[in-house]
Design a protein around this ligand. Structure first.
Ligand code: AMP
Length: 352
């Protein structure tokens, strides 16, 4: 947990700035902050400033050599009353340990990060939430159905492969080891169904859970393999990979929504049992699920932060339209939460 900071009463939101590093979902975050009337800062790596200039989402751009150099800007950012919004690239750049040490006010609960970062701790969290998870096989000899072999730290599912039994696993891992340095991996039951990524937002101010939107991923080459006949796939000796190239919008069958709300609420409730102060998860998070043909959800991962799939909805989703009746992206929803916390003098509830 980061050091507790004190926030003076009586401030206007205009005294604060919203800052993030220029990648992942920064356009959405900064645009949303501006829609809510905040001044914005984009911290960009040298040579990567153009989108933030061109789309006019940043009132100020600070250029750094590497994202990690943001650490050197801390005093300046604190002086400017900047609030940092984390996203996927932010976590990659800093790592969970350095994030704990950041002095700049941070939107989110740092205490929850270790529960997301470690696959086994994450599993414990999802289990405590009562969700259905794919099985994990302790050793290849136990494999009794399709498994997906996942490597720790693999960006965008790169290099993941499928196997049906121990023999196939050993053959494929050997091939992989010949090509690259293979470190830790898990053997997870492969669920055949429709992958759906659910984008939630939980407000600690109102204690309400919102379902913001959904996406599915566009992954190379798994999403194009269906264009090749099965016979040709075999002839070509094709193997699937899961490297993310983009995101595709989804609306779900409406009768699935009650279960989707129930799962999100269960995750929030369980998260309050994870860390000492009981704050749990708040702000945006996502459940990565596969829905089987009998309409059962298997949850294979949680992202305790804004996910890039929300970039589809800069202008709101069909679901946020129902609730807000104005364009409400996840980025804007974050800014609105910060604004509400400032106005209620409850910043402590949402910053770490
Ligand atoms: P991940 O890096 O865990 O998000 O996984 C990358 C991709 O692999 C996902 O987007 C899914 O397409 C697929 N995937 C991961 N785990 C499973 C699973 N247990 N069953 C089926 N597909 C999965």
């Amino acid at each position: 947990m980061g050091a507790r900071k004190s926030y003076k009463a009586g401030n206007s939101y205009k005294d604060y700035k919203i800052a993030t590093i220029g990648s992942h979902s920064a356009l959405q975050i900064l645009y949303g902050a501006k829609q809510e009337g905040f001044s914005t800062i984009a911290i960009c790596e040298k040579g990567r400033e153009q989108p933030y200039k061109n789309y006019k989402v940043a009132d100020r751009i600070i250029t750094v050599g590497r994202f990690k150099d943001t650490i050197k800007l801390q005093q300046q950012l604190v002086g400017e009353k900047a609030i940092l919004i984390p996203h996927g690239t932010f976590f990659e750049a800093f790592g969970t340990e350095d994030i704990q040490k950041l002095k700049v006010p941070y939107f989110g609960n740092k205490g929850i990060l270790k529960w997301e970062a470690d696959r086994m701790m994450q599993r414990e969290w999802l289990k405590r939430s009562g969700l259905t998870l794919p099985k994990i096989y302790e050793k290849p000899e136990n494999i009794d159905g399709p498994v997906i072999v996942k490597f720790y730290g693999a960006r965008g599912g790169k290099g993941f492969f499928l196997a049906r039994n121990a023999g196939e696993f050993y053959r494929k891992i050997k091939e992989r080891k010949a090509k690259e340095d293979v470190r830790a991996y898990i053997l997870q039951e492969y669920i055949i169904g429709a992958p759906i990524y659910i984008h939630y937002f939980h407000s600690p101010l109102t204690n309400e859970l919102e379902v913001m939107s959904f996406d599915k991923r566009y992954e190379s080459n798994v999403d194009s393999i269906g264009r090749i006949a099965a016979k040709d796939q075999l002839d070509l000796g094709l193997e699937t990979s899961y490297n993310i190239t983009g995101n595709v919008p989804v609306v779900v069958r409406e009768s699935l929504l009650p279960e989707i709300f129930r799962m999100g609420e269960a995750v929030v409730k369980a998260s309050k049992t994870l860390d000492g102060d009981g704050k749990g998860i708040f702000g945006p998070f996502s459940l990565e699920t596969v829905i089987t043909p009998d309409l059962k959800f298997f949850v294979f991962e949680i992202s305790a932060r804004i996910v890039a799939g929300t970039n589809l909805y800069m202008n709101g989703s069909p679901y946020t339209e129902l609730r807000y009746k104005e364009p409400m992206s996840t980025g804007r929803r974050i800014a609105r939460e910060i604004k509400a916390a400032i106005e209620r003098n409850e910043l402590k509830k949402i910053l770490d």
